[in-house]
Design a binder for this molecule. Structure first.
Ligand SMILES: *Cc1c(COP(=O)(O)O)cnc(C)c1O
Length: 361
């Protein structure tokens, strides 16, 4: 099988080893005589897979299983936009949100249905091309919500903020397991798996048990964290295959040497591409100027000469690169280079950017 350079933002590239293991498991899982697609979610095989997926995630993120709960839910990160406020903003409570672009706006929109939303700070005036300076939480805020990596705008929090007694809730969909940061700063982490952690259809939620214990019990069962905690994500049929693959990806990250190694690789790949773009400011525009705000996962850029966009995409296609078109809301281009994206692919793009820029001269 010939693999192309898949720059797609999500669903996105997964490690080839993981794909091989998963495809084997589609035929037969762990000598059971059954496919991973056929086993019961209450059977012995899945119990082991589920327990290991949870344990591997906590090991990778360096979180203590006594303090943190791992849930595997459906509905994508988008359902978490609603579930989080539904569970924590009852009785007129309010939460702080940092507005860093389209995904945080969506999160806020859902939160406003259930309680108060204070925009702690926003980079809207900078067209979301930066991460705003940290503003401390308001006293009494139920939580402080951030989007660690802004998939569409190409910005990323350099480091997680310290929010003191206010629980930090982080949408990590597009940089989950990508960086060696202090995850204990978070009370609540969620990520749609399809960006950096697995296939579409499973959402990872990792939260402090002490935080989850304050969730509202008075909700439809499927929307209450209490239900999923009490039933260990098995209240209904969980996304079995997705959980299996997320577990394999977490084990893959461990086998690479953990988050520090993976982050260093990610930084090297991103640096190659940003350097090629920055070398030709007469051809490329990188809207995110501040180095520390630049995403190492999603590199957003434009051509100053818009008329050359089709030629750029055509040239990329000829070099076996796909998925470079920017999000429909911002246009331009976006190179998504998640954990599994190979170094050679970043080199290939950097070479292409350079030759594209120089071809004009
Ligand atoms: C993709 C994405 C989402 C939405 O994820 P779904 O699983 O499709 O609901 C939310 N937040 C961020 C940061 C994303 O990149």
């Amino acid at each position: 099988m010939k693999r192309i350079y898949n720059f797609s933002p999500g669903p996105a590239i997964l490690p080839e080893e993981v794909l091989r293991q998963a495809s084997q498991a589609v035929l037969e899982v762990d000598g059971s005589g059954m496919s991973i697609l056929e086993i019961s979610h209450r059977g012995r095989e899945f119990a082991a897979i589920h327990a290991e997926a949870k344990a591997a995630l906590l090991r990778v993120l360096n979180l203590d299983a006594n303090e943190y709960e791992v849930l595997f839910l459906g509905g994508g990160a988008s359902l978490q936009f609603a579930m989080l406020p539904m569970n924590f903003l009852s009785e007129g409570r309010s939460a702080d949100y940092v507005d860093t672009g389209e995904w945080s706006l969506k999160a806020m929109k859902e939160a406003r249905r259930y309680g108060g939303v204070r925009v702690a700070t926003s980079s809207v005036d900078a067209h979301y091309s930066e991460i705003p300076a940290f503003e401390p939480p308001a006293p009494g805020a139920a939580y402080y919500h951030i989007t660690t990596n802004n998939t569409i705008e190409g910005t990323q929090w350099c480091d997680l903020p310290v929010t003191g007694v206010t629980p930090l809730a982080a949408d990590m969909s597009s940089d989950f397991m990508a960086r060696d940061i202090d995850h204990t700063r978070c009370a609540f982490i969620y990520a749609g798996a399809q960006k950096n952690a697995g296939p579409a259809g499973v959402t990872v939620v990792i939260a402090r048990r002490s935080f989850l214990s304050h969730a509202s019990p008075d909700l439809p069962a499927m929307l209450a964290y209490a239900t999923h905690v009490k039933n260990d994500s098995l209240y209904n049929t969980p996304p079995v295959f997705g959980i299996y693959v997320v577990g394999l990806v977490a084990q893959w990250v461990e086998a690479q040497g953990g988050l520090a190694v993976v982050e260093a690789r990610n930084r090297r790949k991103a640096a190659l591409i940003y350097a090629a773009l920055d070398t030709h400011p007469d051809v490329f525009d990188v809207p995110v100027r501040r180095i520390c705000d630049r995403s190492i996962m999603n590199i957003v850029f434009r051509l100053l000469d818009k008329d050359r966009e089709p030629a750029f995409l055509q040239g990329a296609k000829e070099r076996d690169m796909s998925g470079l078109k920017g999000h429909r809301s911002v246009g331009g281009f976006r190179a998504s280079i998640y954990n599994a994206f190979p170094h050679e692919g970043a080199e290939a793009l950097a070479d292409y950017l350079t030759s594209f820029a120089e071809a004009r001269a």
